[in-house]
Ligand binder design. Structure first.
Ligand SMILES: [Ca+2]
Length: 208
C-alpha cells in the first residue's frame, strides 16, 4: 500500500476532521477565559470594586471588603476545574463584579450571552446576576444601555442563564457578573452570616 493511502485510511484523521468541522459550525466564543480555567487578569476577567466613575449602585467596597474575589475550585460548575467566586468579608453592603469588555463587534448585530451561576443562600438582601452593557435595554449612568438576567438561585448545581445585547456606539459589549449583598442582620455570635454568602459563575460565552 502506498504511504498516502495508508494515511487516508487512519480513523483518527477522519475523526479529527469531523471535530474540526463541528467546531467551525458552532459560533466562536468572544469572551476570553469564559470558563475561568486560566488565571484572571487584564486580558480577560477583572474584578470591579469601588472606583472613580463607577456608581456605588454597581460597586461598593474595595478588595479588603471581600474574602474571595477570584476564581476558585469551589466556583467550578462541575467537579474539577475553576469558576468565578465572590464572597463578602463584612456584614455591611458590598457590591462587586467580574468585568470583561469585548471590542470590535458588528454594529446592530445581536449577541448572545450565556453562562451558569448560583448563589449559596436565599436571602432578600443577597443577589447575583449577569449583565451585558451595550446598545439596548435600560439606560446606564454613562449613556449606554443594560440587559440583565434574573437573579441567580440556590441549588446543588449552577443553572444556565442567557440574554441578548447589541454593541454600544463604540462597537463594544461589557459583560458583568455581579454580586450584591446589602447590609445584613448579623447572625449568630462568632459565626457571621456573611461567610455563607457566595456566588459562583462558570462557562460564560458571548456569541453572534
Ligand atoms: Ca470552569
Amino acid at each position: 500500500m502506498k504511504p498516502w493511502r495508508h494515511f487516508l485510511m487512519q480513523p483518527w484523521l477522519w475523526m479529527g476532521l469531523a471535530l474540526l468541522t463541528g467546531a467551525s459550525a458552532g459560533a466562536q466564543n468572544l469572551l476570553r477565559n469564559g470558563n475561568f480555567e486560566s488565571e484572571l487578569g487584564p486580558t480577560n476577567w477583572v474584578v470591579q470594586f469601588s472606583a472613580p466613575g463607577i456608581p456605588s449602585t454597581d460597586a461598593y467596597g474595595g478588595p479588603g471588603d471581600f474574602a474571595i474575589a477570584d476564581r476558585t475550585t469551589e466556583g467550578s460548575r462541575v467537579v474539577g476545574g475553576f469558576g468565578g467566586h465572590l464572597r463578602s468579608r463584612t456584614d455591611f453592603t458590598t457590591r462587586a463584579y467580574f468585568k470583561q469588555i469585548v471590542s470590535n463587534l458588528t454594529a446592530n448585530q445581536t449577541y448572545y450571552l450565556t453562562g451558569y451561576m448560583k448563589i449559596t443562600e436565599a436571602d432578600t438582601k443577597f443577589h447575583a446576576y449577569m449583565e451585558a452593557v451595550g446598545g439596548s435595554g435600560s439606560p446606564t449612568a454613562d449613556g449606554r444601555f443594560s440587559v440583565r438576567t434574573p437573579d441567580a438561585t440556590t441549588g446543588t448545581t449552577q443553572s444556565q442563564y442567557s440574554l441578548e445585547q447589541t454593541p454600544d456606539s463604540q462597537r463594544r459589549i461589557e459583560v458583568r457578573l455581579r454580586f450584591e449583598k446589602l447590609s445584613m442582620t448579623p447572625g449568630e455570635i462568632s459565626y457571621p452570616k456573611f461567610v455563607r454568602y457566595s456566588v459562583f459563575f462558570d462557562d460564560l460565552s458571548l456569541t453572534p
